[in-house]
Design a protein around this ligand. Structure first.
Ligand code: MFN
Ligand code: ZN
Ligand code: ZN
Length: 569
């Protein structure tokens, strides 16, 4: 089938197209630069056309989602819809059911969502869930930062064996890249402890967090993986964590990018949910914003990219492999808390969180996220996330976009006391009048995430790329986003069209087609012998200490829904 999207206003930052009135054409699932006279015409006159959205960091599939849904029936009762001819029923607000997750991203105009933390031991389960989330391409990031073998190799500065281990584990878990969560901290949690700074050691391992980070970054570049290491640093959510955040970023500044990797991405470290890592002070009583200082580091250094983890001021469910941090949060809030602890490899904690503009600390977190967006000069370095569901559900992206585009709205919230006075007293937000434009929005939600992940088939409307396209019912030439912020939110809430691989999934703001998800995983080539050597080395240990047999551990091909295999050599 051939199509022509006619007369839209196009924002495509990867091709430096900034609000040009033009046609976009696609055929057989791909963007093309011309079509025949038989092409079906889709009239999108004066509507915004962008590449489909790419979420670089969200928690959408895996064991901690299941636990979250099970122990929060009050969340599942929200957002319930009946099934229709096309759709299954939906449920949930912060932890939607799998079908609802796919439908809701699709309504927002998204096409790709990265599952940010896959425990390799439960990778099979994660892929089973990915298979039940329709509409999206979903790569998953296996966790490496507290892995016993990785920590042993890092202690010996044995980068080659780490690289071989990573290459093997990406195949075994069908994963996309290296995720690190609170390095050494989740291992410490096994002993009821945590680590705080990058120079702290995992108990009984004689290796520091910093050594693990640097070793994994070097291995990442040795393998030329399309994405860099992706890190949730130590000390998340604690007042005074700014020095740890900056030391984490600074630890890899001399790590050389792999030569092939350098052609497709800029950074050697992607820091996720940076908002949670930008707090000053000694306790919550005297906590303040470190956003300006952290942003200054990001502005000065090209080896770093980030996503924000913007607090949306909703009741949500937090879930993270950073189990000791969730325990701290439990001690603060007293809300029900649970652990999903997975021996040898990872941990997870889950706890509800009620973020409110009336609460001084939550207001501080809200303001710090916005400050990061506004203090970081280059939109290519910062991505739109809520760390779904940790700082709020992804369905609030349109509202965040309206905040970024409207200083008027931000000041209204501060002045009308919709948020606590700490926003004004303890942050620079009220002094920042920068406003994002549509090109900036397309950058932080499409072009930048694609470049950061090394995707060379999406995130742009380049001929030959997948036809992943979103159309929004907003006329950029007639709207003043600063004053008409409510219309901005409404316009981005549901796309006029969402097109994935050339298939029209959303039309006139309704889902008209359900498409199976696809998993994207990285297949490292040329390391097979090293991988076998490492596997032979660790097998006695694995057999003795892991609770599953090796035969049951790897993700077999049939577990992976419609794989998109990215070969790297
Ligand atoms: C990431 O996974 C990930 O992370 C992230 O809630 C997550 O109340 C999971 O105990 C948090 N509050 C305070 O201490 C505030 C001080 C308070 C007080 O008690 O004194 N002050 C006030 O109320 C101010 C009133 C005066 C004024 O100045 O206005 C704590 C408490 C808290 C703090 C609780 N912290 C947790 C935040 C961290 C991490 C949430 C979520 C987190 C989730 N990824 O006239 C006048 O001026 C009067 C002054 C006022 C007065 O005294 O009344 C995974 O992958
Ligand atoms: Zn995290
Ligand atoms: Zn996260």
């Amino acid at each position: 089938m051939e199509y022509i999207l006619k007369n839209g206003i196009v924002y495509d930052p990867a091709n430096e197209i900034n609000g040009e009135k033009m046609d976009v054409m696609f055929k057989d699932g791909l963007i093309v630069d011309n079509v025949s006279a038989d092409a079906e015409v889709l009239d999108v006159t004066d509507k915004i056309v962008m590449p489909a959205g790419i979420d670089p960091h969200a928690h959408v599939a895996g064991p901690k989602l299941v636990v979250g849904r099970l122990y929060r029936p009050e969340d599942s009762r929200r957002g319930v819809t009946q099934k229709t001819k096309v759709l299954r029923s939906e449920s949930g607000f912060s932890i939607p059911s799998c079908p609802a997750t796919g439908y809701r991203y699709s309504r927002l105009g998204y096409g790709t969502v990265v599952e940010a933390a896959m425990p390799p031991l439960e990778a099979k389960h994660t892929h089973e869930e990915i298979a039940t989330i329709p509409q999206l391409d979903i790569p998953a990031m296996p966790l490496f930062g507290n892995n016993w073998f990785v920590m042993e190799y890092a202690k010996d500065n044995n980068i080659e064996d780490i690289a071989a281990f990573v290459a093997a584990w990406l195949k075994i878990s069908k994963g996309y890249g290296i995720k690190i969560v609170n390095p050494c901290g989740s291992e410490a949690w096994g002993w009821g402890m945590n680590v705080h700074g990058v120079n702290d050691k995992a108990p009984y391992f004689d290796v520091t967090s910093k050594e693990v980070i640097v070793a994994l970054a070097k291995a990442n570049e040795m393998l030329n993986l399309p994405h860099s290491i992706h890190i949730h640093p130590n000390d998340l959510g604690h007042p005074g964590n700014v020095p740890t955040t900056i030391e984490t970023m600074d630890a890899v500044k001399d790590v050389k990018k792999g030569s092939k990797a350098a052609e497709i991405r800029d950074q050697v470290m992607h820091v996720c949910h940076l908002q949670f890592h930008s707090y000053t002070g000694n306790s919550w009583k005297d906590a303040g914003s470190g956003a300006e200082e952290v942003a200054k580091y990001v502005n000065k250094h090209d080896h770093i990219t980030c996503d924000v983890g913007q607090v949306t001021l909703d009741e949500t469910t937090t879930m993270t492999a950073d189990a000791p941090m969730e325990y701290d949060l439990f001690k603060l809030s007293g809300l029900k808390w649970t652990n999903k602890d997975i021996e040898c490899e990872t941990a997870a904690g889950i706890i509800p969180c009620i973020y409110s503009g009336k609460n001084p600390v939550n207001t501080l977190q809200w303001a710090i996220g916005l400050e990061l967006f506004l203090h970081i000069d280059d939109p290519w370095k910062v991505c739109l996330t809520t760390d779904h569901p940790n700082a709020g559900p992804f369905t609030r992206y349109p509202r965040i976009i309206s905040w970024l585009m409207s200083n008027y709205r931000r000041m209204e919230m501060i002045e009308n006391r919709e948020v606590h006075k700490w926003a004004e007293k303890r942050t620079t937000l009220a002094t920042l009048d920068r406003e994002y434009d549509f090109y900036d929005i397309a950058t932080i939600s499409r072009a930048a995430p694609a470049r950061i992940y090394g995707f060379t088939d999406r995130g742009a409307l380049t001929p030959g790329y997948r036809a992943d396209i979103a159309v929004y019912d907003i006329n950029p030439n007639e709207i003043d986003p600063s004053r008409q912020y409510a219309e901005i939110e409404k316009g981005f809430n549901v796309a006029d069209y969402t097109i994935k691989d050339g298939q029209i999934l959303v039309k006139d703001k309704e889902i008209v087609k359900v498409k199976e998800s696809q998993n994207i995983w990285v297949n490292v080539k040329g390391w097979e012998q090293n991988e076998q050597k490492v596997l032979d080395n660790i097998m006695p240990f694995f057999t003795q200490y892991y609770s599953v047999k090796w035969e049951n551990y790897p993700v077999h091909d049939h577990y992976v829904s419609n794989p998109i295999r990215v070969d790297v050599d």
